[in-house]
Design a protein around this ligand. Structure first.
Ligand code: NAD
Length: 499
């Protein structure tokens, strides 16, 4: 078993609190490592080092900072296999999916190579008589990020790449369930040329998070995780005068219209509902077919696809559709929610409760489940299950389907499958959800757009990545300048007649 570390001042540092958290291999159920849980004093130490290193980094011209990002992209590609393997080993997702996790982070690093352009201010020549006005975007100082287990590479990079490109120092507190990849990313940033102390990884739990929230030396906090913790961090962080953005849980609906290509919709639902064992904040967890006939056709198309999904460890290679869930507790929570759905009267069309994988009996595997005739009062509809469970809610009309997505307290992503451009336009315009897919089941925006949900899926006003992230990680300063008139002529060399 490996003892993991923190990464402070450009080096691996043993934990000093005496507290640790077990890190599992979800496929085997074995504890493979221990992550140290930082004390308040360890957070203080990391912030002190970051504060000392940051001014010089902020004064490094943006092009040089961008070059570090450029080299970091090269190193991420060089180490892609190694990163993906470490990620799958702690998270459980398949290797191609783990590479996708690294890749979607890498793309935000690529976007940050444009920092010199993105950090340019505005200028008005002659805003008044002899007056010019201009703005600059300056870094905040030390920023912190608190990240979830389900994208151990992508989400840390979505935060630290723009923060650092803008000239901040960054303290990352990754999930204690998947801490290895964030440590590897910090090493690669240093290898790419980042000065020591600009990116630090401090492992920990609530104690470390509270220390971050209360620390006077930290100017901003980014959080991604479950909604209750997002609300807590947003409230407490703001109360301590920090700039805070928090992204929470989800319950993403996919509306299937009667005119949709049912085979295409079923394929999309299977990938979006069960990929990564449903442990994605953009997973589709609710299918909403419009009309009884559409619902019957959809269920008929889904059932055989779901029954033939292959569940297994990432080490089985391409033969696996999805892996285990992250912990035994997550597995228990999912199975309890499935039971609550059965007890509430939903129809369990595909029952994965007895799923066992030979040779991996201690692993945290959960079979695929499909519910039909789910109603909005049921826990399986109201709560985020975060597992391989798809619920079908039958809607009588398009308006009823739209209302379901609108009335749910979560508003991360949603999708509509249809051949009708008018229905698609109407849906995109009216739905109160942050990211919308039209015949695209997982509409995660690319790096140069921005990512964020609405309602209880996000707290704060700016999104992640895209130009929003450059706004989040900088303060605007606006200068109004009038210069007194001075001597404009130099020496006189010509022989001039007297006037
Ligand atoms: P989580 O809320 O349990 O943990 C997230 C982070 O918060 C971790 O670093 C954890 O150590 C910390 N934390 C946990 N409990 C805490 C407490 N009581 N006080 C302070 N800090 C605490 O989330 P998770 O299980 O790691 O991730 C899954 C959740 O994240 C799901 O709800 C998913 O929808 C959500 N998620 C959202 C997005 C998005 O962009 N909206 C993206 C990915 C995941």
């Amino acid at each position: 078993m490996q003892d993991l570390t923190h990464y402070i001042d450009g080096d691996h540092v043993q934990g000093g609190s005496g507290r640790f958290s077990d890190v599992y291999n979800p496929a085997t159920g074995e504890v493979q490592a221990r992550a140290p849980l930082a004390s308040r004093a360890e957070i203080d130490h990391a912030v002190e080092i970051a504060q000392a290193a940051q001014p010089k980094w902020a004064a490094t011209n943006p092009q040089r900072r961008a070059r570090v990002m450029m080299e970091f992209v090269r190193l991420l590609n060089r180490d892609m296999d190694k990163l993906a393997e470490a990620l799958s080993r702690e998270h459980g997702k398949t290797l191609p999916d783990a590479k996708g996790d690294v890749q979607r982070g890498l793309e935000v690093v690529e976007f940050c190579v444009g920092a010199p352009h993105l950090l340019k201010g505005e200028y008005t020549d002659g805003a008044g008589p002899g007056i010019d006005m201009y703005s600059m975007r300056q870094p905040l100082g030390v920023s912190a990020g608190i990240t979830p287990f389900n994208f151990p590479a992508m989400i840390p990079m979505w935060m630290f790449a723009p923060a650092i490109a803008c000239g901040n120092a960054f303290i990352l507190k990754p999930s204690e369930r998947a801490p290895s990849v964030p440590l590897m990313l910090a090493e690669l940033m240093l290898e790419a040329g980042l000065p020591k102390g600009i990116l630090q990884v401090v492992n920990g739990d609530k104690e470390a998070v509270d220390a971050i929230l209360e620390h006077e030396g930290i100017a901003s906090i980014g959080f991604v995780g479950s909604t209750p913790i997002a609300e807590y961090i947003y409230g407490k962080g703001c109360a301590h005068g920090k700039r805070v953005q928090c992204f929470g849980g989800a319950k993403n609906h996919m509306i299937v219209m009667p005119d949709a290509d049912m085979e295409q919709a079923a394929d999309a639902l299977v990938g979006a509902g069960y990929g990564a064992a449903g442990e994605r904040c953009m997973a589709i967890s609710v299918a909403v077919p419009v009309g009884e006939e559409t619902a019957d056709r959809l269920i008929a198309a889904l059932k055989p696809r779901i029954e033939s999904l292959k569940v297994g460890p990432y080490t089985s290679g391409d033969d696996v559709d999805f892996g285990p869930v992250v912990t035994a507790a997550a597995k228990e929570n999912i199975l309890n929610l499935v039971q609550s759905g059965v007890d509430a009267g939903a129809e369990l069309v595909v029952d994965g409760r007895d799923f066992r994988l030979q040779g991996y009996e201690e692993g945290f595997f959960v079979g695929a489940h499909l519910f039909d005739r789910v109603t909005p009062d049921m826990d399986i509809y109201r709560k985020e299950i975060f597992g391989p469970v798809l619920s079908t809610v039958r809607a009588a009309s398009y308006e009823e389907a739209l209302k379901l997505a609108m009335d749910h307290e979560m508003g991360n992503g949603t999708a509509i499958f249809t051949r009708d451009g008018d229905a698609a336009r109407d849906f995109a315009n009216r739905v109160n959800v942050g990211m919308v897919g039209i015949n695209v089941p997982i509409p995660v925006p690319l790096a140069y757009h921005s990512f964020g949900g609405w309602k209880k899926s996000a707290f704060g006003d700016l999104n992640q990545h895209g130009t929003d992230s450059f706004k989040f990680y900088t303060k605007t300063k606006t200068v109004t300048a009038r210069w007194p008139s001075g001597i404009k002529d130099g020496g006189e060399f010509n022989f001039k007649p007297m006037d």
